[in-house]
Design a protein around this ligand. Structure first.
Ligand SMILES: [Zn+2]
Ligand SMILES: [Zn+2]
Length: 553
């Protein structure tokens, strides 16, 4: 390729929500910005996570110099282990981002083999002809950055995820000075976060949410359950401080939540007031009006602690009449139904639920329209490429760019895989890079080294087992006997015996579910799937794809 051009390939995150990753190539040097995952939709049965296909990087392996992470959210770091398995390169990020990424690498047995290099705002890095400057940005997690990538052809600004928070909890502001400096010098192209491009006005500061959560603390006579993302370190800080203010103790539940609290406090990003944290085993000795449960599971994930609490199935904790449940996160598009069901179940237990929609229990971490326009005006790019969003968000962002005077022919509505080629004063899309999605089935923690990719190969080697169950919606009872069908799994003779046993497992699993769980086909599917998964692994040592099919009659 010619040296007077920059090639930019979005590997994920354009025209889809999550899975953010982008390659920038100049001559023989490639850097990668972010390697995020996408959480599977309800209809992706049996899939734990979705990551980009990094075939383009694999094809150009010897040119890839670095991965730079903009911040520690899953949709930016979650696919890192899968990228590094394909292409082993150094990883750059701020300390909190690397701290969170380290956990992911450890789970995948990669920690010892990967070079993690910490950076700070205004640091500069050189990768052949690519020069990178780190820009401080405000977002819903501390230590977020954007990048100014300068090559002989021009400067590209990549915002990462951002909002323009004027009073972030840690006082680290967006680097307005550098952004306008680059704007003065001339920016070839701006790649900017589109998540909230349809939202008018300004996004409130992270501090704003504190006042609203404080109201719930004031008015709660009983236990308080707070659910947020494990990576929402700012939010966790607010909860810890409120707990101290109201003389309550905080019990974190969920592995990721506990891990992230430890990482963030070790690195100095979380200030844990003395005596506030408690273990789950101490709960019995803490009066309900002095207790805060801090949990993940805001998206109604079937196996999360919050879902178990909602269904009254948590082994150590119960939500009762008079408790308050705060859901302090946005509902990711596609999960609305699941979260709404979760709220219904909490209400059934007599809890009061406070969520984003009416109670301001959450503020977005992403810039609204006026902030997006300010970003465009500060950087004054020649070309503009909206990123991080489905097509409708990218399109809304494009309209904003037209509002601030960027000509239509310099606004590029690209999608994942498009090869964008920039010269000093022109632009074109030239073909498609090999991109796509990989669906990952994580399995148990113990066997993470044999992560199974659920593709044709998996199907041909391990086969598929369908468990067809009919549930009577009125009684919650199973109708008839579950039907098990397998293809390509185990041989005829003994296979039949296994299937008979597997049918018993399905019956037993359903029996152990409460009526509430039986009524929720997603929760029931997940229970059947994990029961069968465990059975086949133990009994036959195989990992067939398990697809529960539930009819409600
Ligand atoms: Zn983010
Ligand atoms: Zn993001």
């Amino acid at each position: 390729m010619m040296n007077d051009q920059i090639e930019i390939i979005p590997l994920g995150g354009l025209g889809e929500f999550g899975m953010n990753s982008m390659a920038i190539r100049q001559g023989d040097d490639i850097i990668v910005i972010d390697a995020g995952l996408m959480f599977p939709r309800d209809d992706m049965l049996g899939v734990d996570l979705v990551v980009p296909d990094f075939a383009y990087l694999l094809e150009n392996e010897e040119k890839v110099r670095a991965v730079i992470l903009t911040h520690g959210h899953e949709d930016h770091i979650g696919a890192l282990p899968y990228l590094l398995k394909d292409v082993r390169v150094p990883v750059y990020g701020t300390p909190l981002t690397l701290g969170l990424a380290r956990g992911r690498l450890e789970e995948n047995g990669l920690l010892g083999d990967v070079e993690l290099r910490a950076v700070a705002p205004r640091d500069t890095l050189d990768f052949g002809s690519i020069h990178v400057e780190i820009l401080s940005m405000t977002h819903s997690i501390a230590d977020s950055i954007g990048l100014a990538v300068t090559t002989p052809v021009g400067t590209i600004i990549h915002t990462g995820d951002f909002k323009l928070d004027q009073s972030p909890p840690n006082r680290n502001l967006t680097d307005y000075g550098r952004l306008s400096f680059f704007g003065e010098q001339g920016v070839l192209a701006l790649f900017s976060d589109s998540t909230n491009s349809e939202r008018p006005g300004f996004t409130p500061s992270e501090n704003h949410v504190r006042r609203h959560i404080e109201q719930v603390f004031y008015s709660s006579p009983n236990k308080i359950v707070v659910a947020c993302f494990a990576s929402s370190i700012h939010r966790i800080q607010i909860i810890l401080e409120l707990a101290q203010q109201f003389s309550r103790r905080v019990v974190p539940v969920g592995r990721r939540m506990k891990e992230n609290i430890a990482i963030a406090s070790d690195l100095g990003y979380l200030n844990i007031p003395a005596g506030v944290l408690a273990e789950i085993s101490e709960c019995q000795n803490i009066p309900d009006d002095e207790l805060v449960i801090l949990s993940t599971g805001t998206q109604g994930e079937p196996m999360a602690a919050l879902t178990r609490l909602a269904f009254g199935k948590h082994k150590d904790l119960a939500v009762q009449e008079g408790d308050s449940v705060i859901i302090s996160a946005r509902v990711i598009p596609g999960n609305e139904g699941r979260v709404s069901r979760l709220i219904n179940h909490f209400c059934r237990r007599g809890a009061r639920v406070f969520d984003e929609s009416h109670w301001m229990m959450h503020v977005s971490g992403h810039a609204s329209q006026e902030e997006l326009k300010l970003m465009l005006n500060l950087t004054r790019p020649r070309f503009f490429v909206p990123i991080h969003g489905e097509y409708r968000q990218l399109y809304a962002h494009a309209l904003l760019a037209r509002d601030v005077g960027i000509p239509k022919d310099r606004i590029i509505l690209a999608e994942t895989g498009d090869i964008l080629i920039f010269n000093a004063d022109s632009f074109r899309i030239e073909g498609k890079a090999p991109v796509g999605r990989r669906l990952i089935d994580e399995g148990g923690v113990a066997e993470l080294d044999e992560v199974v990719i659920r593709d044709r190969q998996h199907l041909s080697e391990e086969g598929v087992v369908l468990a067809v169950v009919a549930i009577n919606k009125a009684t919650g009872r199973i109708e008839g006997s579950p039907e098990l069908v397998s293809r390509g799994h185990v041989q005829e003779g003994e296979g039949a015996a296994f299937l008979t046993e597997a049918r018993e497992i399905v019956l037993k699993t359903i029996e152990e579910c409460t009526n509430e769980e039986r009524e929720d086909s997603l929760v029931l599917s997940e229970a059947i799937r994990s029961g069968l998964k465990r059975y086949f692994r133990k009994r036959t040592g195989t990992r067939p794809m398990i697809v529960p099919v539930i009819f409600e009659i």
